[in-house]
Design a protein around this ligand. Structure first.
Ligand code: NDP
Length: 481
């Protein structure tokens, strides 16, 4: 598809904009559908969601085609996205009961007369607001888990990728559920804001940090809880003993894959001094072999190219050197790969999310310095460590301020549905995926049931002095020794 066709497709699709009244009607319908969905129970929902996964798997090529058309990414990348999204849907539907069913907890000595348990209830209607870079995989991390936890969902895809949302809505409707458990509303940021105000019980947002702040302010108006999955400035650390070829291969994939438009993509690389030149040679040789426009597509959002260009210019102005490409690489919407080094720590290329095919590689004395530099970021989404010593890798990984980390690979967590995903700092809060991702879409309900009349009666206005004496002795014996 040519860039003109791509623009035409997204312009056409963006023309369908839901009004505030339509968004409110969708939220109202979702609240009512949520009651029906709740009654289906874990088993009933699992059946529906597995049917949904089947429809997605059977339509994978068609859905991947929509993703590729709207984002400009290669067909194979789009198909991989569908595959990962279906894995998450399947995992969420199979694990919701295990994670969210009511479970007993110990009552303890003081509450021994009570049978205590913790249960999870769905919120009701969940508004999901998604980005354009992985327009299926990313929102499915919220949609699948919210549905499996018993909520109805109203999904607002990015205005650049509405077709993916519409495809999903049609796929759900093809199952002919009697209630609108999954609905899609399309439009721009105003539609997203309307969704936050439409009376949904929780909002799951994935997008930039700047927009997350606006979404949070809107949700604050009605105290609507929010899970925010935002951008990153992920660091890769390469130790002197690392397999440099493997690290270079992953660096190039993590940095240039999807044209760098990956929230947890590799943007900064800190390499042990002794192997810096060898690593840089391995990376630059691979980067030169990458074909922009074939191995990865254009910037999905045209304005992103200018952000990438400005960061490269800022890096070079501040004394940085381009090892591959440079400012000229950003002419047009398909950006040629760029590798920078010697970038000033306060340059936007070192501090801000680039979201383009740009790698910044810097030498460090050792992994300790690498950890310090990696942690000197306001973002905290993902990171990776490369070393031959897996134990040392784990220890370093533990010291990195981020939500997801890999040793000797990048993005390894994407294909593991059991792993919670999310960040710290400017990368947001809350978790999608895994057990925590299911709990994110449920409210906690604690319960006690009196199981016998205790001889020690402390919860009464007619407390006996003897009982207080016994309580005092218990306190001393249990905690005062
Ligand atoms: P944006 O923040 O621009 O938009 C995200 C979504 O929010 C879009 O659907 C957008 O609508 C909508 N939106 C915009 N303004 C408002 C508003 N005021 N109220 C409610 N909704 C609004 O992000 P991008 O789409 O540009 O996505 C790229 C960003 O997403 C990057 O920063 C990336 O790192 C991050 N991301 C994070 C991930 C994670 O899991 N941590 C995963 C994937 C991406 P519209 O597009 O129609 O304007």
């Amino acid at each position: 598809m040519t860039q003109t066709e791509h623009r035409q497709r997204t312009d056409d699709a963006a023309a369908q904009v839901e009004t505030t009244a339509q968004v409110e009607a969708a939220a109202e319908a979702a609240r009512s559908a949520a009651r029906w969905w709740d009654v289906q129970g874990f088993r009933g929902r699992r059946g529906w969601l597995r049917d949904f996964a089947r429809v997605l798997a059977r339509g994978a090529d068609e859905l991947a085609g929509v993703i590729a058309r709207e984002t400009g990414k290669p067909d194979d990348d789009a198909l991989l996205e569908v595959m990962l999204a279906v894995e998450h849907l399947d995992w969420a539907s199979r694990n919701a009961k295990r994670v969210l069913r009511r479970r007993s907890v110990r009552s303890g000595v003081v509450g021994i007369d009570q049978a205590a348990s913790v249960g999870y209830r769905p919120y009701g209607a969940v508004g999901v607001i998604g980005p354009w870079n992985y327009p299926l995989y990313t929102p499915m991390g919220s949609i699948a888990y919210a549905l499996a936890a018993g909520n109805a969902v109203v999904f607002k895809p990015s205005e650049l990728t509405p077709g993916v949302g519409e495809w999903l809505a049609r796929a759900w409707q093809s199952l002919a559920p009697p209630q609108p458990v999954l609905q899609v509303v399309t439009g721009d940021g105003a539609v997203g804001a309307a969704l936050c105000r439409a009376g949904v019980d929780k909002v799951a947002f994935t997008g930039s940090t700047a927009t997350a702040k606006r979404v949070m302010a809107t949700c604050a108006e009605s105290l609507t809880p929010l899970v925010a999955e935002c951008g990153g400035k992920d660091a890769m650390l390469v130790a002197a003993d690392a397999d440099l070829d493997a690290a270079a291969e992953y660096a190039v994939f993590g940095g240039l894959g999807n044209a760098g438009q990956t929230c947890a993509g590799v943007e900064r690389i800190y390499v042990a001094d002794g192997v810096f030149d060898e690593f840089v040679a391995a990376v630059t040789a691979r980067v030169r072999a990458v074909r922009a426009g074939t191995d990865y597509g254009p910037m999905t959002m045209p304005a992103q190219a200018e952000i990438v260009r400005a960061q490269i210019a800022d890096a070079l102005r501040g004394g940085g050197r381009a090892l591959v490409g440079g400012e000229d690489s950003t002419q047009g919407r398909t950006i040629e790969p760029v590798v920078l080094t010697g970038v000033a720590p306060d340059s936007t290329a070192a501090t801000d999310e680039t979201f383009g095919p740009v790698l910044v590689i810097e030498p460090v004395a050792d992994l300790d310095e690498g950890v310090r530099r990696a942690n000197a970021s306001r973002y905290g989404l993902g990171a990776s460590v490369f070393t031959a010593d897996a134990d040392a890798g784990r220890a370093v990984a533990d010291r990195l301020d981020c939500g997801v980390v890999t040793v000797n690979s990048v993005l390894g967590f994407a294909g593991v549905p059991a792993l919670p995903f999310g960040g710290t700092g400017d990368s947001g809060f809350g978790r999608i995926h895994g057990d925590d991702g299911l709990r994110e879409f449920a409210t906690v309900k604690s319960m006690t049931v009196t199981r016998f009349a205790t001889p020690l009666k402390l919860m009464t206005m007619r407390r006996r002095r003897r009982d207080v004496r016994v309580a005092r002795i218990m306190l001393r014996l249990r905690h005062g020794r």
